[in-house]
Design a protein around this ligand. Structure first.
Ligand code: ZN
Ligand code: ZN
Length: 377
């Protein structure tokens, strides 16, 4: 005889759901939650409770975030939802300029221990592909980068888990601010290294946000004196003069090509495009001497650069694009630790974690002479 189950009455269903809810709460109690700031749409973000991350691999390190710097690339994702083909799937957390304290380590971790303050290298390469094996792990084929859509969530959250190789202990005079700033600053150090610049060269920095400033600090550290800086924000030019720029100019109010050419009639040896603007690129090309080089560090909001055939061809200009940096974090931390580079003029604004949106709006609007805004946890 086929036994038929009695249909469950609504009362029973209620009981069952209660039991399920009870177990759900118990499970959630075991798995703690934490606060994360997530982008939820264009110019939209909110604080959400998400599960606390757990160690997965034996070389994993769990970090409690102390500070995160806001990067121009974070702002691109906030205002445009994408950089080129890298599109945000909302909700998504950005942030990759972080420093924090180690709270838990996997069995195989040797380099750091709980309680250590560390700088975070946001790039997590595979260490196995042709690029990694060639020492180009910044262009790894399977790169995972914090806060990069389709790769890894960012660090604008209370805790993150990253591999040991992404942890750089902060020792000596180094604070968590140094740790966070080491990310953009190492890009300047790398760009200057790639430029092969020497003391006697004259260089132009077109765009003086945190990346332009990082190039300046790295070039100064190399002993370069003849540095020309342009930006459309006067407060930034004031900082550039404090850092030792020879001549500064604001292209929205003056003809900077003429101004710089008056001082350097033969032209510039090297130019660094650090704002991702076609005008800045064109001005740099126009100012380079024959045989000059331009390094393009800025991230544009458009898809194609254009360049003047006549001046680039006749002057045999070299163009070098820069993709973040490779192997420069440790050197950058050392330069700050021994006082060769000071970041005293870099951080202009600070916000508590809960006010992250205010910080993004300020940076996106280039308001209040902002250079680098930091989020404190
Ligand atoms: Zn950055
Ligand atoms: Zn790789």
């Amino acid at each position: 005889m086929v036994q038929r189950f009695k249909p469950i009455c609504s009362n029973h269903l209620q009981d069952r759901q209660d039991i399920l809810t009870y177990f759900y709460i118990c499970l959630n109690k075991k798995r703690n939650t934490m606060k994360a700031m997530v982008l939820t749409g264009i110019r939209q973000m909110e604080m959400r409770d998400i599960p606390d991350p757990e160690l997965v691999n034996s070389n994993d390190v769990k970090i409690k975030m102390s500070v995160v710097g806001i990067c121009g690339s974070d702002i691109h994702y906030y205002t445009q939802g994408q950089i080129g083909s890298q599109k945000v799937q909302f909700p998504f957390s950005v942030g990759h300029e972080g420093a924090g304290v180690v709270v838990q380590v996997g069995n195989a971790v040797k380099r750091v221990k709980p309680g250590d303050n560390i700088a975070i290298e946001p790039a997590m390469p595979c260490w196995e592909c042709d690029q990694c094996l060639a020492g180009r792990h910044h262009t790894c084929r399977k790169l995972r980068f914090l806060g990069c859509p389709g790769q890894a969530e960012g660090c604008l959250m209370e805790y993150i888990v990253i591999p040991e190789k992404s942890c750089f202990p902060l020792t000596g005079n180094l604070t968590t601010d140094h740790g966070s700033i080491s990310e953009p600053l190492s890009i300047g150090v790398y760009a200057v290294k790639k430029s092969e610049c020497t003391k006697t060269l004259n260089i132009g920095i077109f765009g003086y946000g945190p990346i332009g400033m990082s190039v300046m600090l790295a070039a100064k550290e190399q002993g370069v004196d003849n540095i020309y800086v342009t930006d459309i924000i006067d407060e930034r030019l004031t900082i550039a003069r404090k850092e030792g720029a020879y001549i500064t100019g604001n292209p929205s109010g003056e003809n900077i090509v003429e101004k710089i050419r008056q001082k350097e009639p033969l032209g510039l040896d090297l130019a660094f495009e650090c704002c991702g603007k076609q005008e800045a690129f064109d001005q740099a090309i126009e100012l380079l001497k024959p045989g000059g080089r331009i390094l393009v560090v800025g991230i544009p909001e458009f898809d194609k650069w254009s360049m003047n055939v006549e001046s680039t061809r006749r002057n045999e200009i070299s163009v070098q694009f820069i993709r973040r940096q490779v192997d420069c974090v440790e050197q950058t931390l050392n330069l700050m630790n021994d006082g060769s580079i000071s970041i005293d003029n870099m951080v202009t604004h600070r916000f508590p974690f809960a006010k992250t949106k205010d910080a993004f709006d300020l940076v996106a609007g280039y308001r209040d002479g902002v250079m680098k805004a930091m989020i404190d946890f």
